[in-house]
Design a protein around this ligand. Structure first.
Ligand code: CDP
Ligand code: MG
Length: 698
């Protein structure tokens, strides 16, 4: 144990755990959140000599923040420099080296590694952590790793010794994991938890499920705890960055009781320190949450569900839970994944409250009623059953798993979703009509991007506009570029600056606005100052710059397949054409005489231009547009868009009538119900897709 380590429940079981890892190829380890699984077990394995730099330990995390934060903590505990013996790798950010023995990485990164190294020959031990979260990539890794375990060593030439697999999870579903791995042993680390008493802050006939209500309730409850309850930190759960920032501001104002201009990132007032915690925050900002506890100061950590099991904050005695979570889900009526705020599951509510009882008896305040709790689903639906599968299906196909319908899933996704993914891939020409990966498909999978954006990137080279399209794609890949302050005065000023940036770039394309921001910021003498002055997140632009370089080098490595002529069209047109080449599935057309649009992907979803767009209010001048994403709030809005011409997408809109999706999936058509999807529905949808543009051709 390093000097930093405190004694954790897992330390009492060190010898048994090491013995268990030695004696079985696969095992499940469960234990209460915070007992030390993620930070300690990989160190035990390394110190027991079960891993080395040539046979390293990969520890997967569903969230990038958790991977980075845990790696820093472990490097610190082990007294080594981060990136050497202990490192991390997340999308677009690799902080590991050939010396790295313990590598924390996102599950998505390990999935990508499997494409180049199907036997994971660099690793001696693979730890699939946070398995109970049931993220899409972890679920797929379950099947792939099981496959690897099934292969005898003689078949695997690249491996020097047998691979070991450890599945780690909070105390949920351990039996299901063990059953999946042929009833492998389960090691339960007995918890040291204290009772948590629950308080429902809303009567049964109250306003359950109203966002405005839980925001003001939370502020009130937090202040009450602060004023009336004994010492102990407060952990409050909200759904996202916007809400968290608003709440931090509100709490600060309530504590101070006067209007005051300030920065919300770290506040200390009236014996209370207010700290936000969410995924898009920088690592340094997060460190404030793990360090710097001071006696006599009560900390209020306002977090997303990242603090439920991924990150453990010490010292919490009170938990305040809004009862909601922001979740990505496939919307069958639009055919796209959308983020929406939904009630949590019972298991999540229990886990959240459990954070109050780690070190002493605690209290859980639920901003909803007992009846609301009783009505919640038992478990969170695994991601594989609610999001689009396009990227993972392409990865599986590239790994040679042709029959993706009958892959060994821990929980099989709805067959319709697999077929929809195949249809999309066929649409992108990533697979051919026989369900085999095309050359284009193999190129697309090289990019850590959605297939749509990867296609735009590839095509930008053909159209000689990569200097613009790559920065745009990089800017689309970072979270929240624009700062939207909550105080009215600041918000107005920010809006003026943002409008100015849109005007500078021509005022007719949100993609161009992103490029203008990138260009002005990166070419300014003082980028930090420029960003602050224009209400742009400096960190976002800085990350985009690094992503731009990575995309450039990936693109340089791709063989040029298209024969290109010297483009004659103006640059602004070529940029939009390149974007269309990837985003043609997200094309919409203005309904005559209206402000609304209809998508042309066969779903014919009615949508509007988002008020934050440069094109908002210019509807009457538009006809066809391509957009980057749809957001569902009061209405369905297109966000980040630009006008296009029908002629650019005409050829790309798919001709799917003749395609049998079962051929794409390389398996027999089995069920009647599936026949309907594969045949009728698809034909109808695609007929619509191909007819409507022709009828309305200008
Ligand atoms: O994985 P599990 O939930 O079992 O626990 P862990 O993440 O290994 O956390 C064990 C201890 O390390 C807790 O007391 C955390 O507060 C601490 N920790 C920390 O101080 N900083 C981090 N970045 C991660 C963990
Ligand atoms: Mg953990």
């Amino acid at each position: 144990m390093g000097p930093l380590s405190i004694r954790l429940p897992i330390h009492s079981y060190r010898a048994e755990l090491v013995e268990a890892v030695k004696s079985s190829r696969c095992m499940v380890v469960t234990g209460e959140t915070g007992c030390g699984k993620t930070t300690q077990l990989p160190q035990f394995i390394r110190e027991a000599g079960l891993a080395s730099k040539d046979s390293a330990i990969a520890v997967t995390q569903p969230r990038r923040v958790a991977a980075i934060s845990v790696a820093s903590r472990v490097a610190e505990e082990a007294g080594v420099e981060l990136g050497r013996e202990v490192g991390y790798q997340v999308r677009f950010d690799d902080c590991s080296s050939s010396l790295t023995t313990i590598k924390y990485m996102t599950d998505g990164c390990l999935l990508r590694e499997l494409l180049d190294d199907p036997e994971l020959s660099r690793y001696g031990v693979v730890v699939l952590d946070e398995a109970h979260e049931r993220s899409l990539a972890t679920d797929i890794l379950f099947g792939l790793v099981k496959n690897l375990l099934g292969k005898p060593l003689s078949e695997t030439k690249a491996r020097k010794r047998e691979l070991k697999v450890v599945i780690m999870s909070a105390t949920l579903n351990s039996q299901q994991f063990s059953t999946f791995f042929d009833f492998c042993p389960v090691f339960e680390i007995p918890g040291r938890t204290f009772p948590v008493s629950y308080h429902y802050c809303c009567p049964d006939d109250g306003f359950d499920g109203k966002k405005l209500v839980y925001m003001s309730q939370m502020a009130r409850v937090v202040m009450e705890i602060h004023l009336d309850h004994p010492e102990g930190d407060i952990l409050a759960f909200l759904t996202g960055q916007g809400e968290i920032e608003t709440m931090c501001n509100r709490l600060f104002k309530m504590a101070e009781e006067i209007d005051y201009e300030h920065d919300v990132s770290c506040q200390e007032i009236c014996g209370m320190k207010i700290l936000p915690l969410y995924g898009a925050m920088s690592t340094e900002q997060q460190q404030a949450v793990f360090h710097g506890r001071e006696p006599g100061i009560r900390r209020v950590i306002v977090a997303t569900n990242i603090a439920t099991t991924s990150l453990t904050v010490d010292g919490v005695v009170y938990v305040v839970d809004c009862g909601y979570v922001k979740q990505l889900a496939y919307n069958p009526s639009t055919g796209l994944d959308t983020l929406s705020v939904v009630p949590i599951a019972k298991s999540e509510a229990i886990q959240r409250a459990g954070r109050a009882g780690r070190t002493s008896p605690g209290k859980g305040f639920r901003l909803y009623s007992a009846k609301f709790f009783e009505g919640l689903e038992r478990e969170t639906v695994p991601e594989i059953k609610r999001t689009s599968l396009t990227s993972v299906v392409l990865s599986l196909k590239c790994m040679g798993i042709l029959n993706v319908v009958e892959f060994q899933y821990l929980d099989p996704p709805d067959e319709k979703m697999v077929l929809e993914a195949l249809r999309q891939l066929f649409f992108y020409r990533a697979i051919n009509a026989d369900g085999h990966v095309t050359d284009l498909g193999r190129q697309l999978v090289q990019f850590p991007l959605l297939p749509s954006l990867a296609r735009a990137v590839l095509h930008s080279r053909t159209l000689a506009c990569q200097e613009v399209v790559l920065p745009i794609v990089a800017m689309l890949s970072v979270e929240s570029v624009l700062i939207r302050p909550s105080s009215t005065k600041d918000a107005e000023r920010a809006l003026q600056k943002h409008n100015y940036l849109a005007q500078v770039s021509g005022g007719s394309s949100d993609f161009s606005t992103l490029f203008t921001i990138y260009q002005l910021a990166t070419s300014s003498a003082d980028m930090r100052w420029w960003c602050r002055d224009h209400y742009v997140h400096w960190r976002a632009v800085n990350t985009a710059r690094s992503i731009h370089q990575q995309l450039q080098s990936l693109l340089d490595r791709q063989p040029e397949t298209d024969t290109h002529e010297t483009p004659t069209a103006p640059l602004s047109q070529r940029i939009r054409q390149a974007l269309c080449y990837g985003l043609f599935g997200s094309v919409a057309r203005l309904s005559p005489g209206q402000r609304s649009f209809r998508t042309m992907d066969g779903h014919s979803t009615m949508c509007y231009i988002h008020p934050s767009s440069a094109l908002f209010g210019q509807e009457e001048k538009l006809d066809w547009v391509v957009f980057y994403e749809l957001v569902d709030t009061a209405k369905t809005y297109m966000r980040t868009l630009c006008p296009i011409r029908y002629a650019w997408v005409k050829e790309l809109l798919p001709q799917l009538h003749d395609i049998d999706v079962y051929r794409l999936s390389n398996c027999e058509r089995k069920r009647e119900v599936a026949g309907v999807v594969a045949g009728e529905d698809l034909t109808l949808a695609t007929k619509k897709m191909c007819q409507s543009p022709k009828e309305t051709l200008k």
